[in-house]
Design a protein around this ligand. Structure first.
Ligand SMILES: NCc1[nH]cc(CCC(=O)O)c1CC(=O)O
Length: 313
């Protein structure tokens, strides 16, 4: 096995490169002698930086080009933020591994204020996530939410230039890039329920590549996988992703025998917000996601989502 080479397809943003370097280091730790190479690709999501994600549309904005590369055997694996990975995989590809999760919360980032509650009337908050926008507006209808795109450094620069009073970013991304000192406060899940898969890194691979699958195995974290399975099952049933105001977040109790899944569907303006939750055994993860989605649909989520899709073409 020591002569094995693994080629990682990765986006080239600082966060994507951190994630790919992390997977490289883990593979080298578990398999001394292995050679791991990073291959940089550009995705549609990296190019279309001016439009809000919800307007660009299309699933897999940050993953498709990487999948094409592994299918063409130009690379062996692709490393993704699970939040950006569509529910269905192309024929011949699958999710091999889910790595241990970083903090899944959203972070409130500001140079002048310490939390959403402290923002003055009418303050400008940057995010291009409809999920974050809906939850901010529910709590603070007076705030102005403005589009914010670009990689983490670009977003922070726009904040520092004074274009926004505060911005919302994933806590995980800031911690991984050693910019945790920029976090004014972590927003509790009660106030900003995270996106399915947020903070987790997943590895995609050809389903028939047995030797690579074997090498990846020790990188898998079962507890994260259970949580993300429930979250993604809910998203799949709602046909939602990162680009719709849907949130879902699962936690395991300390003994690991109870899975707690919370879900939210909202109108972008925050005037209609549906929340529901379930607790059950972790081996029911997939079923819980489906059941929670169906309960939300029965409560009117389909109506809310139809309206969101209409607004965003
Ligand atoms: N949609 C972009 C994206 N995909 C994953 C992360 C953060 C890292 C993670 O969730 O693992 C981000 C940026 C953000 O939401 O601030």
């Amino acid at each position: 096995m020591t002569d094995k080479i693994i080629r990682i397809a990765t986006r080239q943003s600082p966060l994507a490169l951190w994630q790919a370097e992390y997977v490289k280091a883990e593979l080298e730790k578990f398999h001394p002698g292995i050679t791991v190479e990073l291959m940089g690709f550009t995705t549609k999501g990296d190019v279309l930086l001016d439009s809000p994600l919800s307007k660009i549309g299309g699933k897999g904005l940050f993953v498709k080009e990487l999948e094409v590369a592994i299918l063409a055997n130009e690379a062996d694996i692709a490393v993704h933020s699970m939040k950006d990975v569509p529910m269905e995989f192309p024929e011949g590809l699958g999710l091999a591994v889910i790595c241990p999760r970083e903090k899944p919360t959203d972070a409130f980032v500001s140079n002048n204020y310490s939390s959403l509650d402290e923002l003055p009337q009418g303050a400008i908050v940057g995010t291009s996530s409809l999920r974050r926008e809906a939850q901010i507006k529910e709590k603070r209808p007076d705030l102005q939410v403005k589009t914010l795109r670009g990689n983490v450094n670009t977003r922070l620069r726009k904040l520092d230039e004074g274009q926004y009073d505060a911005i919302i970013l994933a806590t995980a991304g800031l911690l991984r890039l050693k910019m945790g000192d920029r976090i004014a406060s972590e927003i509790p899940p009660e106030d900003s329920l995270p996106a399915g898969g947020q903070g987790a890194v997943g590895i995609e691979c050809r389903s028939d590549d047995a030797s690579t699958l074997a090498l990846l195995k020790p990188l898998h974290d079962q507890q994260t996988a259970i949580r993300v399975t429930a979250e993604r099952a809910m998203n799949r049933r709602l046909e939602g992703g990162c680009q719709v105001p849907i949130a879902c977040f699962a936690t395991l109790n300390p003994s690991g025998d109870e899975l707690y899944l919370r879900g939210l569907v909202a109108s972008t303006d925050g005037t209609r917000v549906l929340r529901d939750e379930l607790r059950n055994s972790p081996d029911q993860a997939e079923q819980m996601g489906i059941e929670l989605a169906e309960r939300l649909l029965a409560a009117g989520a389909d109506d809310i989502l139809a309206e969101v899709y209409k607004q965003n073409g």
